[in-house]
Design a protein around this ligand. Structure first.
Ligand code: SF4
Length: 312
């Protein structure tokens, strides 16, 4: 694609929402790719401190493709770079996406993240975690790292509705989220919040309320994730027992449109749907064809003249 065509495509996308690709180009001035890394963490809802089964929808911390790091940070970064070698990027975001990336002794976190952020090819550090795993000493460490290169914290909120939060075994209240965001933002760290569209028992309006709440909470980015029912999860048992139905593609798009229009214009949309592992996917099956899903979303946004922030 020529540079001109590429710019037209980006502008088209921005007509509807502020995409991550566009933001990365604005921020870094060139292509930047994420390297999926696994720091060997667990979660308080898995190791017994708050529970043992994990969140009901979770099949393993969304780190299926992540490279295990251990003590060999540089080696893992090189391996992760090899995975995206065909993309032609020179700068990378180190993304610790598996499980709870701040749930470990502070010295382990300091060593791991300091070595990662100082790697010459790393432009930013992104850590997926939970709001209840951000003690003050962790936030202080993140603040120090953020002085070297940008640090992004990704929080898996999923919903603002307490009844749903209990049923999915999230393990913390909305106040804990509010407090974590306030403390992170006080240090200047960027915050990205994950929410799930299609959780059992939630109406379209409840889902829109979650998006609007995240939009008002002062964070910089949002990731929309379709609810995937994955093999081996508690949710899969509920689904097989007929406890709830998954969304159709049309229903998903309609709700997504309302969410996009309910968040502020300046918020970066990191994801429109999500990447469930096809190997474990039980439902909805239509989500396995990601290319088609994204095409349908973009077509609908154009048809319905969707504008991020319109209802904000
Ligand atoms: S969704 Fe996140 S917090 Fe919940 S069990 Fe999975 S990795 Fe842990």
């Amino acid at each position: 694609m020529t540079r001109e065509k590429e710019l037209i495509k980006q502008n088209e996308a921005y007509k509807h929402y502020r995409s991550l690709n566009r933001f990365l180009r604005e921020q870094f001035g060139e292509k930047v790719y994420k390297l999926a890394l696994d720091g060997g963490f667990t979660c308080p809802t898995r190791d017994g401190s708050k529970g043992t089964g994990g969140c009901t929808f979770c099949a393993g911390g969304s780190g299926d493709f992540a490279i295990p790091v251990g003590d060999k940070v540089s080696e893992a970064i090189e391996m992760a770079k090899a995975v995206v070698a065909d993309k032609g990027a020179r700068k990378f975001i180190a993304y610790y996406q598996s499980y709870t990336g701040t749930y470990a002794p502070i010295e382990r976190l300091r060593n791991l993240y300091t070595e990662t952020i100082r790697h010459p090819d790393i432009a930013a550090l992104s850590i997926g975690t939970r709001p209840d795993c951000l003690e003050d000493e962790v936030v202080t460490l993140l603040k120090e790292l953020n002085k070297e290169k940008p640090v992004w914290i990704e929080l898996g909120l999923q919903t603002i509705h307490e009844k749903t939060a209990l049923s999915i075994r999230r393990g913390y209240s909305l106040e804990v989220y509010d407090d974590a965001v306030r403390r992170l933002r006080a240090t200047g760290i960027s915050v990205i919040v994950h929410m799930i569209i299609g959780l059992p028992g939630e109406t379209a309006e409840m889902i829109r309320q979650t998006a609007a709440y995240i939009g008002r909470s002062g964070v910089q980015g949002i990731k929309f994730q379709l609810l995937h029912v994955l093999e081996g999860t508690a949710l899969a048992e509920e689904y097989r027992a007929g406890a709830f139905e998954v969304l159709s593609l049309d229903a998903y798009i309609r709700i997504l449109e309302e969410c996009i229009e309910s968040i502020p214009q300046e918020m970066v949309v990191h994801r429109l749907t999500g990447d469930g592992t096809k190997r474990r996917l039980i439902a909805p099956r239509w989500s396995a064809d990601k290319k088609r899903v994204l095409n349908e979303i973009n077509r609908a946004f154009e048809r319905d003249r969707i504008r991020q922030g319109k209802r904000n």
